[in-house]
Design a protein around this ligand. Structure first.
Ligand SMILES: [Zn+2]
Length: 469
């Protein structure tokens, strides 16, 4: 096969387009135009720097492009390579050696061998480049068809429909009079999926935790769906009681959380805001930094998270610091109701816990344990542990509060680490449980969304009308 040098420049470009479309196809995350431009710009810049550096050393344009592409492939496709080899190993040998410490050196050795082979003879590069161009062109076409084809409509259509519809109008809701302003606890369990998902996809029997909540008077939505599968977008929607909006960027989302309307309404209603979250909100600094959990805000960060760099970085997560923050929040939640005096203003506490967020770092007893980045066993154990911790927290909140409070217990998205066949649904499913002083849940449906839940609470228990967006 003959492939001219000038055309070779298209290969890294085709790779970059493949990488971006592949991410969108796999995760159903739709980036904004700005994110697309920034991400492809960054990837092109990285490719050019690598190419010109190699060109200085090798003095051959084709070979430099070959090695640049191999390098890009290894760097950015590490997670798909790992999953692919892992799946092969599981089928052949039960998967005992599917560990980064085995797969990572193996892929690096393979990439180095291929690069050395390209270096030995100029012709080898031409062969590799021809295969690369065919491969990336084919994969790119496949991805584009998968994204815009019937596939996406059937898989995402339902979810989007539910996501949009669930933030319905609450104009006709009657106000509930309690004679006091209840304390409000908003406890967010990051990555905790819905009861329906836990049963259907994870085959987890979570009845102990669910029954306990129900006995206490909680309502648990069986099949709650979030508008987004990303923390910041999800919370910007929930805390603003607004529905799905594909126009907002990562920066917008942070801004929307910082100036969110739910907290604003509570502050205006005389509430004292206690920020135990990972966000700055209305002048209250965040309680801790969530960067240990690889929460990605935009397309570039997401792609980097899946890359070799992201995987290596995840191995060095400062677990101690992260774990410490979780324990402090749990303690705060336990102490808050007892500390609060009757004469003081009512409180609104937003606690954001990462104890159910992959990569798992705790076992079912809450002891430190390292699971893989995408460990299903780890996720299940953390769900079990969270059930125990949250049960005691809720017990304490309900028994120590002098007047019945409102407790909202929610996830922001699913685990996002499940099997390909169901991940696209699971990643939008969320825990959504609520405790209201009069235990009246007539208006709460089994698939009520997190923003709709807050909107109903605001409409029923806060003085002002909730603007409907
Ligand atoms: Zn999250």
């Amino acid at each position: 096969m003959n492939f001219s040098s000038s055309k070779s420049f298209l290969i890294p470009l085709a790779f970059i387009l493949f990488l971006i479309t592949d991410y969108i196809r796999r995760t159903l995350y739709y980036p904004s135009i700005k994110e697309l431009l920034v991400t492809s710009g960054l990837l092109i810049a990285i490719s050019l720097i690598a190419y010109f550096a190699l060109r200085q050393l090798i003095k051959n344009s084709d070979t430099s492009i070959t090695i640049t592409t191999i390098g890009l492939f290894l760097l950015f496709c590490y997670t798909p390579i790992f999953s692919f080899l892992g799946e092969c190993a599981r089928r052949v040998a039960g998967g005992g050696f599917v560990r980064h410490r085995f797969i990572m050196p193996l892929t690096i050795v393979l990439a180095t061998c291929l690069s050395l082979w390209a270096l030995r003879n100029k012709k080898h590069s031409k062969v590799i480049n021809a295969y690369f161009s065919l491969l990336f062109a084919a994969l790119l076409i496949y991805n584009i068809f998968a994204i815009f084809g019937v596939d996406r409509k059937s898989k995402q259509g339902e979810a989007v429909q539910a996501r949009v519809e669930n933030t319905g109008s609450v104009a006709s809701v009657e106000r509930i009079t309690l004679g006091y302003k209840p304390d409000i606890y908003f406890i967010l369990l990051d990555s905790y999926c819905s009861p329906a998902s836990l049963r259907k996809y994870w085959h987890v029997d979570n009845s102990r935790f669910e029954d306990h909540l129900k006995e206490l008077g909680f309502f648990i939505a069986e099949d709650s769906i979030s508008a987004y599968d990303s923390t910041i977008y999800s919370l910007s929607s929930t805390l603003n009681m607004s529905s799905y909006d594909d126009q907002i960027s990562g920066t917008d989302a942070f801004g929307l959380i910082e100036k969110n309307s739910f907290t604003k309404k509570l502050i205006e209603n005389g509430y004292k805001f206690i920020n135990l979250s990972i966000f700055d909100i209305w002048g209250n600094r965040k309680y801790y930094d969530s960067s240990y959990f690889n929460e990605a805000a935009n397309l570039a960060e997401r792609i980097l998270m899946d890359s070799l760099i992201g995987v290596v970085k995840a191995q060095f997560i400062d677990v101690e610091k992260a774990l410490n923050a979780q324990q402090l929040i749990v303690k705060e939640l336990m102490d808050l109701p007892g500390r609060r005096k009757m004469t003081q203003r009512p409180i609104f506490a937003y606690a954001h816990l990462m104890i159910t967020h992959p990569p798992a770092f705790l076992d079912r007893e809450g002891k430190r344990r390292t699971f893989g980045l995408l460990s299903a066993a780890g996720y299940k154990q953390q769900i079990e542990y969270a059930g125990k911790v949250i049960s005691s927290v809720i017990d304490r909140i309900l028994t120590s509060s002098s007047r019945p409070p409102i407790v909202i217990l929610q996830g922001d998205h699913g685990s996002r680490i499940g099997k390909k066949e169901w991940r696209q649904k699971e990643q939008f499913s969320v825990l959504n449980a609520i405790y209201l002083p009069k235990n009246d849940y007539a208006l709460f449906s089994e698939n009520i969304s997190p923003p709709a839940t807050l909107k109903l609470v605001a409409a029923q228990y806060l003085n002002e009308e909730t603007p409907i967006r």
